[in-house]
Design a protein around this ligand. Sequence first.
Ligand code: RIB
Ligand code: NA
Length: 306
Amino acid sequence: MILDFGSINMDLVMAVTALPRPGETVLCDGYVTKPGGKGSNQAVAAARAGARVAMAGAVGDDGFGQVMRATLAKEGIDTALLATSDRPTGVAYICVDAKAENFIAVGSGANLGVRADQVADDRLTPETLLILQMELPPEQNWALLKRARARGCRAILNVAPAAAVPEAALRDLDLLVVNEHEALAIAGGLGLDTSSPQAAARALSGRMALTCVVTLGGEGAIAVGPDADFAVPALPIQPVDTTGAGDTFTGVLAAGLDAGLPLDQALRRASTGAALACLALGAQESMPTAVAIDAALPRLGPTTPI
Ligand code: RIB
Ligand code: NA
């Protein structure tokens, strides 16, 4: 069972011909509201991939909050641990250009009021796989992680957006999911090898006794850990919107591990799912079901040793 302690945002998405530069105004036809937030995206990705998912987080007492609660519930996600905050529901302004490049600014709102004690101890069992990202107050993340660890949960941290992670928290993780920049930043912050993403992953894995997965966008991902030393390719696609691709990767990966798949197979599903999620505007729009992942999986190239 997956417990996702994470952020919930309403995304206001604009498809622009070119991203505005600082000081510039660009016009486009309009905007669409799409459910988002890294926490909520990962919960939805995991649920569509077939996992049982509970989400702890917060929304505001407003229209976006109602929509976000309903969206999660519709995906079959347990929403009993969601709080209603005095602050407004988190919002992300997202511009996507014709080449699928984007920028995202998040107004965190209710996410800043999320507390680790929203999750009672009885939710933290050895069957629980906790997933965390970096859009909640970090000290709440670390407080929940510590309790979860003491109670025998497995834990995955996706360090997105990039942020500092204390050494004690890293030691409490089974799996760290980072992109290349995040891998180098975390390894660098600890004085470890940063000569390449592989070197950083190897150093982090060795020092912190965890498995480090580094996502490489169109190049796929690598995994380095006690039982892992391999690269998984990406599915070749023409992206429309890459928003939420990393979240889909983490959510599908978590679903695979929760179902007891070996890391290699879970990663192959994650890589395939992340590519499929890029085929429509909006983070959750084209997130695949388990059936869609199964159908696309034969097109993914082989796993290779690194
Ligand atoms: O990772 C994509 C997400 O980042 C968006 O849905 C947006 O809400 C921001 O949190
Ligand atoms: Na998308």
